[in-house]
Structure formats: C-alpha cells, structure tokens
Design a protein around this ligand. Structure first.
Ligand SMILES: Nc1ncnc2c1ncn2[C@@H]1O[C@H](COP(=O)(O)OP(=O)(O)OP(=O)(O)O)[C@@H](O)[C@H]1O
Length: 476
C-alpha cells in the first residue's frame, strides 16, 4: 500500500480515536501526532516530545494498533518517533524556565487546542502547570477495595483539605507495583483539588518531567526562577519517583521537598517501591520521605478485579454500541487475570476489539484464546541485590562481608562473580550501581564478572545448573 493511502487511513484512525476517546482526550494526546510512513506491517507516527511519546506508548499503544489493524489487516505494530520540528523553532521567551520541546499538553480545562501556538503551552507551563493529567483518571472512576482503601482515603483527604493546612500525611508516599493505580490516584487528587478550589496551586509532575525542567532551567540560567516557581506550589504531586536520577537533580528535589513541607504545603509522592528500597535515591530524600506517611496499594483481590472490569465494561458499552461480552466471560477474566488494573483493562480492550473485528459474540472459548498470554500472568518478584548476596553467601558458605571485600582467594572470587552476574541478570541495576554495591568496585570489574560467568556456564553444565538453582532460590 502506498504512503498516500496510509496517510488517508491515518485520518480515519484519527476520526475513530476522536469518537472513541472524546474530544478532550483526543486533543490532549493526539492533536500533535503526525503520520510519517508505513511498510504495510509497521506504521511510524511522530510526536513532538519524548514525554508525549512515552505517554502515548504506555496508555494508548494497544488502542492505536487495534484501530490501524481494523483499517488495514496487515498492520501489526505502531512505532512512535520524536520529531525535531518543535526544537527547530525559535526559543520562546518566558520568565520562568521551561524546556519548550518538553512542554506538555496539559489538563483539558487548560488545554491548548491543536491549532494553539506553542507559546500558549509554554506560558501555561511557566505559570506552574506540570505534566499532563488524564481527564479519565478521577476519584469517580477509581474503584476502591481492600488493596487500596487506605491509600485512597488518604488521597481523598489531601484533595479535600484546603491550601495552607496540610494533612497529617505530609509527605504522603504511595507505593505499588506496576498498574495498580498510583498514577490514576495522583491524577484524581490533582483534578479534585483543582475543582474544589481553583485558586489552589496544584502541580502534578512526573519525576522524569521534573528532571527535564530542572536541566533546562540550568541551561537557560534560570534555575533560581525555576526553584522559586516550584516553592510557591500549594499541592505538589510527584509520580514515578524511582526515575529521579542524577545527584544535582536529587539535591534540588530535596531542597524543594524541604521548602514545601516546612512551608506547610502538601506533597504527595508515588513510586514503584518503598522509599527505603529506592537504592539510587539520595539518602536525604529517602529520609525526608520516611518522615511522612507511606501507604502501599496491594494486588487487587477478586472483588476489586470484578469492580474494575465492570466499570470499564460500562464505559466500553457507552463507546461501542451493541458490544457484548457475557457476564461469564467477565467473571472468567476477573478470576484469571490477577496481576493488576492495567492488565484487566488490556484484557477487556482486547475482548471489545475482538468483538469489533469479528462481528461475532465473545464466547468463553474465544476469550481463552484472545487472553492466553495474560491469564495467570503474575507480577515478577522484585529482586534486591542484598537478597542475591545473602543467598549466594549462604550457598557457598562464605560471608556477605567476604563478597564485598577485596579478598581474591578462589573460594571467594567465584561466588562474588556469580553474585554480580545474578545482580545484572535479575535486577534492572546498572553496572556502576552493582559495582558500588559490591564494595565500591569499578563497572569494568562487574562486566568482567558477568562475561566470565557466562563463558564458564557454556562449558560447565554443572555450574550452569547451580546458577539456575540459585536463580530459583532467589525468586522464591
Ligand atoms: N483501583 C482501580 N480502579 C480503577 N482503575 C484502576 C484501578 N487500579 C488500576 N486501574 C487502571 O489500571 C491502569 C493502570 O493504572 P495506573 O497507570 O494508575 O498504574 P500505576 O500504578 O501508575 O502503574 P505504573 O507504575 O506502571 O505506571 C489505569 O488505566 C487505571 O485506570
């Protein structure tokens, strides 16, 4: 199919996105998406910012693929690339710092339309607006259950408490594994707080976006204005704190946290694990966070899974006239997709798409095939380097101190190398980070250990089995 034909199809996909998601959501996320090209299997779309790219990827990629496939059967993938067009524009002059190419689309009430000039976005950003907030993520659409009841109640209290009177949970720290509703809850707080008091200065920022803004402010030599701007906030919501990287960024974040909390402003932070486990985070930030109150959102139980599915199904019925997923199939999904809210939503989207594309009623048999890979999927356990060191030390009858020491006896060197290898393969930690956790070694030492163990395992079946056994022990 020619490029022109695909561009025409993009217009059709856009029309369907607009109808299915509504004008607000469409103009928030898709107004600046452009069609680039397609080879008939992959469609390449471009967006102006990395931020928009990651947002669309994590929230709408599945939808995009299914719409494209319904227009052109051979399409299997949609790739998003960041184009340089916005960067090429003349810099926008604003009083407070803003990285223009990262200036996001923002909450619908403040949203510039597709045709609004980039300056409008930048100005709103400079006024203190943060990362975009999804209008669908409200308290009304959040399902409450045993797993999230306390976090939900605390989030509501924060949204309802007037400016200048922070709650006893300050900072409020919410942590949970993937897809359990942290972002949903933070967006709900932002929207409810703005609604309750439009004069309250509410800013929602992802940690990644905070970094972009801080680095841009340093480049623009407007760091002071940037810092002052942040300290005027009444309610600051920081999402995905685990992505906050870099010493100076973390220091600045710590100053901001101190200034806000000491100035009786409310702070809410979300991350994928407890503050104490954010190993790359500056100890001062961790300690300040531990001074507040932390709540975990647990895995959804059956009742909560049913609620989430039912509420999503009602929404799907509004958008897709006549869609029919029988109660028995919904119950099957609730019983068997046990991981998190995102997978539940994904499962339902697939069933709705299946109904759309086949024009056949969804049956248990067809649902089982469609959801094969999601059924029974459990969240992978998060492995810590300390656990690896402990288990390897016990297994080889050495002490943890030996593993971290500079001793080079053979009985210690090999277990140490295996522990480093396991740290690289079972955790997302970088080589330098692993080196630091093994008595301050250089990243090249870790790399050498990883290669060595890989090489040894290839020629030594016994060692390969031993490492496999250790993996299972660590994973239990
Ligand atoms: N309790 C819930 N009620 C309604 N929807 C939920 C709930 N929990 C999760 N979801 C839905 O699941 C999806 C994923 O949730 P969300 O993005 O908030 O997860 P998260 O915890 O921020 O995950 P991640 O760390 O991966 O970003 C969203 O569409 C959200 O609306």
């Amino acid at each position: 199919m020619s490029g022109r034909a695909d561009a025409a199809l993009w217009e059709r996909v856009k029309r369907r996105l607009r109808t299915e998601l509504g004008e607000d959501v469409f103009s928030s996320w898709f107004a600046r998406v452009e069609f680039e090209d397609s080879d008939g299997v992959t469609v390449n779309l471009s967006v102006p910012t990395r931020f928009l790219k990651s947002w669309i990827q994590s929230h709408y990629l599945e939808k995009l693929v299914s719409l494209w496939t319904s227009e052109m059967e051979s399409i299997r993938r949609v790739e998003l690339i960041v184009r340089g067009a916005v960067r090429a524009r003349a810099p926008v002059k604003v009083e407070k710092p803003v990285l223009v190419e990262e200036a996001p689309q923002i909450a619908p009430t403040l949203l510039p339309t597709a045709s609004a000039p980039i300056q409008a976005v930048a100005r709103t950003e400079a006024d203190g607006a943060g990362s975009p907030v999804d209008p669908r993520f409200t308290f009304e659409t959040f399902c409450e259950g045993t797993a999230n009841r306390v976090a939900y109640a605390a989030a509501r209290a924060v949204a309802e408490t007037p400016a200048g009177r922070p709650t006893p949970y300050n900072p409020l720290y919410i942590h949970a594994g993937v897809g359990r509703g942290k972002t949903h809850l933070l967006h709900a707080v932002a929207q409810a707080a703005r609604q309750a008091d439009p004069s309250r200065k509410v800013v929602y920022l992802t940690a990644e976006h905070f970094m972009f803004r801080f680095v841009a402010a340093l480049k623009n030599q407007s760091a002071i204005a940037f810092k002052e701007g942040l300290r005027e906030i009444d309610l600051l919501l920081i999402d995905d704190l685990q992505f906050l990287q870099g010493k100076s960024v973390q220091q600045e974040f710590c100053h901001m946290l101190n200034a806000l909390i000491d100035g009786a402003r409310q702070v809410v932070v979300a991350a994928d694990r407890p503050a104490a486990d954010l190993e790359t985070l500056d100890e001062r930030v961790r300690s300040r966070l531990r001074g507040g109150v932390a709540f975990e959102i647990g895995a959804p139980d059956l009742d909560l899974r049913r609620q989430i599915l039912k509420s999503r199904y009602v929404a799907a019925q509004v958008q897709n006239n006549g869609v029919d997923v029988p109660d028995t199939v919904i119950e099957y999904v609730a019983q068997s997709v046990v991981s998190n809210g995102r997978d539940l939503e994904g499962a339902l989207n697939r069933l709705v798409a299946q109904w759309q594309f086949t024009n056949q009623p969804v049956t248990m048999a067809s649902a089982e095939i469609t959801l094969r890979d999601l059924v029974g999927a459990r969240e992978p356990r998060r492995v810590k380097i300390e656990d690896i060191q402990k288990i390897v030390a016990i297994h080889y009858n050495v002490s943890k101190a030996d593993l971290l020491s500079s001793r080079r006896t053979r009985t210690i060197v090999r277990p140490r190398q295996i522990a480093m290898y396991l740290s690289k393969t079972l955790t997302p930690r970088s080589l330098p980070e692993i080196g630091r956790r093994f008595g301050g070694r250089d990243h090249t030492t870790v790399l050498h250990a990883v290669r060595k163990v890989e090489e040894l395992m290839q020629g030594d079946k016994h060692l390969a089995e031993e490492v496999e056994l250790l993996k299972r022990m660590i994973d239990e």
